[in-house]
Design a protein around this ligand. Structure first.
Ligand code: IMP
Length: 187
């Protein structure tokens, strides 16, 4: 049986993580959040970091059984298959975080530049507390001091797409995760 591939623009990607494994990881993160926020005095904010986190946020929030608000904002750092290191606020926060506990919902933490910038922005805007929840973490690349409070899965430092993640805006809709396969012929 041949391995499953998708082609996006000029590159091929090979199946790496099936959706069922992602769902198990989300179940586990949701259970931890349900335990930690069951008795929260005020509803926390889930902050969906657009666009990559939309699939993770929607899968996660339907498993959460405490009251919460959902806000979003859009940042961008990636161009093609690598981080530029420069974070741009493409769309501002869709509501107030003043005095609230904010749970950042990230698709993936790679260098951590985005998360560092985001935590600064949220503190500046008056968030009472900031937690980080990421579907995927590349621990071999991440060396910042901000604690990852909730992590779905750790992955090696390769470029991936699917489950919200893109290569130049394509690939977000696939429910599985695919990894760049430079050896696969692209017609
Ligand atoms: P960081 O600032 O380097 O931690 O990168 C964070 C952002 O870069 C993520 O929210 C993604 O949008 C994007 N990103 C990081 N790694 C990948 C990847 O392997 N594939 C697609 N996008 C990625």
């Amino acid at each position: 049986m041949s391995t499953k591939h998708i082609v996006l623009h000029d590159k091929a990607f090979r199946l790496m993580i099936e959706n069922s494994r992602l769902e198990e990881a989300i179940d586990s993160v949701a259970a931890q959040l349900n335990r930690d926020f069951a008795d929260a005095p005020t509803p926390p904010v889930l902050l969906c970091v657009l666009t990559g986190s939309i699939m993770f946020t929607s899968e996660l929030m339907k498993r959460l059984d405490f009251n919460l608000e959902v806000l979003s904002m859009k940042l961008s750092s990636y161009q093609g298959t690598s981080s530029t290191g420069e974070i741009k606020e493409v769309m501002g926060l869709t509501g107030s975080v003043e005095g609230k506990t904010v749970i950042i919902i990230e698709d993936i933490v790679d260098t951590g530049n985005t998360i560092v910038e985001l935590v600064d922005i949220l503190k500046e805007r008056g968030a009472a507390d900031v937690k980080v929840c990421t579907m995927l973490l590349k621990p071999e690349v991440y060396h910042k001091s901000i604690k990852m409070d909730y992590v779905g899965m750790e992955i090696p430092p390769a470029f991936i797409v699917g489950f919200g993640l893109d290569y130049n805006e394509l690939g977000r809709n696939y429910p599985d995760i695919y990894v760049l396969d430079p050896d696969y012929p692209v017609k």
